[in-house]
Design a protein around this ligand. Structure first.
Ligand code: ZN
Ligand code: ZN
Length: 86
């Protein structure tokens, strides 16, 4: 099924950011936050709030650059490995 810029997708992204209060869930930055798909959209991840996480631009870029970094979100707990420091 093909969809162009599905409304659901954008709605979920906005919802995600609202839920995360527009705060990066890795470093707590509020600068340039964006919704990242924990499950790649292209790999069958769906555009649902639960499949996303709010990240700042830096963390977002880092996650895409380094695939050793894994993010899993269970309930409200975020586990990340490979991210240095805290
Ligand atoms: Zn961040
Ligand atoms: Zn992303």
């Amino acid at each position: 099924m093909k969809m162009n810029r599905p409304y659901e997708h954008r709605k979920a992204q906005n919802q995600r950011r609202e839920l995360d209060l527009d705060i990066c869930q890795l470093c707590a930055s509020i600068k340039n936050v964006q919704a990242h798909h924990i499950f790649e959209y292209s790999k069958g991840g769906s555009a649902i709030v639960e499949g996303m996480i709010t990240l700042c631009e830096d963390c977002h870029r880092m996650i895409h650059k380094d695939d050793r970094i894994r993010i899993s979100k269970m309930e409200n707990e975020i586990t990340s490995s490979g991210v240095g420091g805290r």
